[in-house]
Design a protein around this ligand. Structure first.
Ligand code: NDP
Length: 227
């Protein structure tokens, strides 16, 4: 049975990805800092920001086939009001976390000459947003990282792609002010928020044999917000 590891898989988009890949027949490993209620998955409390904790946890897991770098946070604030800690925390989870986890598992994938990595970026990493300079910089970083890793390991049959969701209804977005949500909805041609299951569906495709010739790409999943 192939093993898929999902960071931040205890809730939101990550949880939907875990459920979908479980149904697709993968053995699921979830790393999260929160509690995980999902049944029939292997759960480990791991903070992706710690290089050494990630290495130790990866050793316990062993080789994996699929890595979904999904853990992410936001600490929105206009730049002049942004605290140094808000900048550091977002870069640390959203960008360094992706580096830490990829670093921990890439060697195993290269050795097996097979592997799939999917990173959760965001359309905000492509177009920017007021009050999200930290988040936007982290996600733009994830897109650059994705392309570099794709080039580094393509000859070893390992693919690395990113997904750029728009406005997906999860706990991360439920806390947005109503006027921000309304503005988002107005800017979405399909006229509604996306669902975590729709993100999971794209992931399911990207890690399948059907997507064997796709690497280094960032695929928007945003109801047409950015085109
Ligand atoms: P949620 O906040 O709902 O879930 C994120 C999960 O990641 C939580 O379980 C959280 O745990 C966990 N997490 C946070 N920090 C760490 C850490 N240091 N180590 C391990 N796990 C951690 O977010 P979403 O499901 O909405 O988002 C998932 C991904 O998709 C993120 O990368 C996000 O940036 C991206 N995305 C989301 C969009 C949306 O509209 N929702 C749009 C574009 C991109 P806890 O809550 O306990 O801290």
């Amino acid at each position: 049975m192939k093993v898929a590891l999902i960071t931040g898989g205890a809730r939101g988009i990550g949880k939907a990805i875990a459920e979908r890949l479980k149904n697709d027949g993968f053995k699921i490993v979830i790393w999260d800092v929160g509690e995980c209620e999902l049944k029939d998955v292997s759960f480990m409390k791991v903070d992706v920001t710690s290089f050494s904790d990630v290495k130790k946890a990866a050793k316990k897991v062993g080789d994996i086939d699929i890595l979904i770098n999904n853990a992410g946070i936001s600490r929105d604030q206009l730049l002049l009001r942004m605290k140094e800690g808000d900048w550091d925390k977002v870069i640390s989870v959203n960008l360094k976390g992706v580096f830490n986890c990829t670093h921990a598992f890439l060697h195993g994938m290269i050795k097996k000459r097979c592997g799939r990595i999917v990173n959760l970026a965001s359309i905000i990493g492509l177009i920017g947003n007021k009050g999200q300079s930290n988040y936007s910089a982290s996600k733009a970083g994830v897109i650059g990282f994705t392309k570099s890793i794709a080039r580094e390991v393509a000859s070893r049959n390992v693919t690395c792609n990113a997904i750029a969701p728009g406005y997906i209804a999860t706990e991360m977005t439920v806390k947005l002010p109503n006027e921000v949500k309304e503005a988002y909805l107005k800017s979405i041609p399909l006229g509604r928020a996306g669902t975590p299951e729709e993100v999971a569906s794209l992931i399911s495709f990207l890690i399948s044999d059907k997507a064997s010739y796709i690497t280094g790409q960032t695929i928007n999943l945003d109801g047409g917000m950015v085109m």
